[in-house]
Write a protein that binds this ligand. Sequence first.
Ligand code: SAM
Ligand code: SF4
Ligand code: SF4
Length: 380
Amino acid sequence: MARHLSGTVVPVALSGSAPPLRLPPTASRLKTARIPTVPVVSPRDLLGRPLRNLRVSVTDRCNLRCQYCMPERDYVWLPRQDVLDFEEIGRLVEAFTAVGVDRVRLTGGEPLVRRDLPRLIALLADNPAIGDLAMTTNGVLLEDEAAGLRSAGLHRLTVSLDTMQPDRFLALTRSDAHARVLAGIAAASAAGFPSLKIDAVVMRGVNDDELVPLLEYGRASGAEVRFIEYMDVGGATLWSREKVFSRAEILVRLEGRYGAVEPLREESSAPAERFRLPDGTVFGIIASTTAPFCRACDRSRLTADGLWYLCLYATRGIDLRGPLREGASVEDLAALLRSAWLERADRGAEQRLASPARTPLIAPRELRRDPHLEMHTRGG
Ligand code: SAM
Ligand code: SF4
Ligand code: SF4
């Protein structure tokens, strides 16, 4: 199956890899003008979805090896010279905000392994079109960074934590940094982020017995916990349907412990559905595997080397680094983004749900051939 994008054929199959897509050279080479702060009308894709959320992966490197994300022994890394510097990221983000993006989340890999990250946050916080600047981190390096991230202008922080048990953390991540993550969450809590979340991937037979301890810990830390279904994304080479602990099972488990769980009715494109326990505690579930939310998806992803992916499951990205380094103006880049988004029809998770025999998405040898297929490269 193929669709056309600015004259270029783009495969949308969910397996295999392909070289990045180069869009036609940009027309003008005008000097960048500051983007006006008036609200921008975002383009709508072929399913009527606006472009509002951008996840920026600042590095493909990570200091953990989570079983559901990086279970392999060896990885192929992005060439260092391809990784965008902070000014390049800022310029690309400016183009994104010129076409309607107003929410930016930094991710990775592990964003805090990128040196001097608060400088990037300060640079992005200066962009008046960004209403929401967030970051997802594994928390290992957070204790020393939390206050600096907050004062640099980061609004919201999500820390990934799948277990309250140090031994289990070691088995899950191949690292003994559990206490450091907890210290990081405590520091984030003290730093006064208006929103602090804890994301936990739930895997059957691994940590599905920890829903209650994680919720209790989140409550004590002032963080909202979100349970994520194990997804068959690129990189999840150990994925199997049996290991998915579903939203329905999570709710049954929590109702058994706390009593009736009330769904919160919210108008939102956010992937998490939110619920309230009888005692008022609010938590979320991201059911991307059993109940995907593609119909409302306004998210896209930028890799650390400047490829733009219109879906978490897309096999091909659009090269923005090339035009950027060849001198394209913000307006040129914005035009490129707009024309690509108008052609978007991706709904990868829904397509996966419909596939009968579901096995891991991409084989390790394919991942080695194109590391952009990895979750840790394109950002979760
Ligand atoms: N390293 C940071 C972290 O772990 O928070 C940011 C990058 S990580 C790729 C972003 C999110 O993706 C994490 O919350 C992680 O739990 C989630 N993730 C990775 N692999 C996943 C999988 N197979 N299924 C569900 N979530 C996954
Ligand atoms: Fe774990 Fe995040 Fe690193 Fe993946 S990128 S291995 S989820 S810490
Ligand atoms: Fe959006 Fe693709 Fe995820 Fe669906 S699978 S929610 S379209 S990123």
